[in-house]
Design a protein around this ligand. Structure first.
Ligand code: AP5
Ligand code: MG
Ligand code: ZN
Length: 207
């Protein structure tokens, strides 16, 4: 059975962590605007490059991300979408281009979000995610999976994290409210170990 799953949540809620597991479990494409934009940070668009928006913690203009999502979803036979939609216009656009089978919201408190983001480290080579305290690699600064160097994302400094959270409360919470009103939203308490959160999600999807 092919599945189209949307994963919503604040910055640091665990969207990337859980999307990766879901994509493996159900053999789905992991479509994530954040990774797509990071891979094309210096791409010239009529609005400028994604880099300037991302490093300030602001949203990249809708036409740029809409196009990325459209192409990726057309190519996917079942997907987990992570990082989109982040405002109501994007939600409307998504509604026009695809049908969703499950909409999941990972709920995590602000204090926990800040701890997770400021302690996150990512592999420079393969993109694997770690946390200095909650999910440390076997050897400090080195990726368990590929031996690459672990770095801090440029937008994971405390100041930019606060800005990203504000952008989330202003722009993306209305999207969550929109799905809640439609009655389609599956709300998951995201404050547990990654494995426990994963079990909660798969239970909800399958029941
Ligand atoms: P994006 O890359 O999407 O970032 P984000 O939404 O801010 O979310 P994160 O990737 O930071 O968090 P996550 O929920 O994936 O958490 P993770 O699993 O890594 O977007 C970045 C920027 O791109 C935006 O600011 C914007 O500029 C632009 N952009 C992207 N999409 C856009 C769009 N649609 N429109 C416009 N602009 C867009 O986990 C975080 C940390 O916590 C990790 O260290 C992990 O190890 C740890 N962790 C995970 N789960 C747990 C757990 N259960 N317990 C303890 N620790 C955990
Ligand atoms: Mg992510
Ligand atoms: Zn790696």
């Amino acid at each position: 059975m092919s599945r189209n799953i949307l994963l919503l949540g604040a910055p640091g809620a665990g969207k990337g962590t859980q999307s990766k597991k879901l994509a493996e479990e159900y053999d789905l494409e992991h479509v994530t605007t954040g990774d797509a934009l990071r891979a094309n940070k210096d791409m010239e668009t009529e609005y400028g490059t994604p880099r300037s928006f991302m490093e300030a913690g602001e949203l990249v203009p809708d036409p740029v991300v809409n196009e990325i999502v459209k192409v990726a979803l057309e190519e996917a036979d079942g997907y987990v979408l992570d990082g989109y939609p982040r405002n109501l216009d994007q939600a409307e656009y998504l509604d026009e281009i695809t049908d969703l089978d499950a909409v999941i919201y990972l709920d995590v408190s602000e204090e926990e979000l800040v701890d997770r983001l400021t302690g996150r480290r990512v592999c420079d080579e393969c993109g694997a995610n770690y946390h200095v305290e909650f999910q440390p690699p076997e050897e400090e600064g080195v990726c368990d999976e590929c031996g690459g160097e672990l770095i801090q994302r440029e937008d994971d400094t405390e100041e930019t994290v606060r800005e990203r959270l504000q952008v989330f409360y202003d722009n993306t919470e209305p999207v969550i409210e929109h799905f809640r009103e439609q009655g389609d939203l599956i709300e998951i308490d995201g404050e547990a170990t990654p494995d426990e959160v994963f079990n909660r999600i798969t239970d909800a999807i399958e029941n």
